[in-house]
Write a protein that binds this ligand. Sequence first.
Ligand SMILES: [Zn+2]
Length: 378
Amino acid sequence: MKKIITATLMSASLVSSAAVYAVQEAALISVQEICARDAIECSRTDAGIVVGRPGTTNPYADGLNAAAKRFERFFGRTAPKAAVVLGEIEDADIRTSLLEAYPVVLPWLTIKDREAMVASGVRAQVRQQYPDMDEATFEAVVARSVQASLNASGGAGHEGGGAAADVHQGVYAHELGHLFFIRTFWPEENMNVVNTRPEDVMRYAGPGPDWLDEMAAVLMENQALTEGRETGLITLANEDDFSGLWPLNDYFGMTHPAFEQARAIIEARQNTAEGRAKGNVVILQRGQLDTRADGRDSAMFYSQSRGFADYLIEKTGNEQIFTDIATHIAAGASMESWLREFGVGYGLQVSVQALEADFHHWLEGRYGGMSDPSHGHS
Ligand SMILES: [Zn+2]
């Protein structure tokens, strides 16, 4: 089975307008009150809290802790406290109150949420297509289609559930990474990915460059996702053709390649309560990505981020090199000026052009001749 490349996007609206909107919608309640409610379970950890239905929160609390530890490893700072609100909790007052109580709030769809969502879509579709089908056949067709759809998207599945659950946890850490990163380096930036007004979504993620935001998220990922990212790099290295990557000159300043697509999806979601409960987190599989005018694959942006992260870490011998870069950029400077000021000290090429040539050469050495890690697995 080919590993899935999960392109995860997050668009966030500025809190200034979103907060006004949220307060109008619901009165604030304390976290204690939230957790005392019937049919609410809270898992508290050092890294924050997970709010969901009874029996669902523990794996996400473990995942939150793991992501916070990883953030500390690569960024040398304690991750901002996070509240994760699972998709089954749609109460506006809970979601809004968590935004007041925690610097980071992530709305998250569990595997069960995703199963239910897929199932309701499939039911409607099968019913429409075969209105006269008998009940037993109908249920069997629905079950089969739901399973196929979940297996294809890494969402869950009773077959191959292990790999799917790993991908699910990897994507979860990825999203937390974006939010940790933004709140750490731009603490005044009060990100709100819970309450959505598509007209407020002006940019892909935080105020920093999109490549660096994505890099922070990719650094949080687990092996299940990393293998998918590396698949793209292996293909390029084996063909000795890196035109599928964005030139670093563009990469350092570009808008995320899937930003417009993500924004359109968030806009379309506003039509249903189910859609609104998803917040601003958009998860796409490789096959769902729009093709681009420049011929590049948006999924390659993630592979490039993986490759560039590993390249810089290895070249500088500093696992926390992105802390230096992010601090420099958050102070209003650029990657280009960081290279000019600090590149030599770290043993890096100072010009973007020379850095790019060295980067491609490194990719060639690291991935050339390797076979695709997603082959041979079942
Ligand atoms: Zn991302």
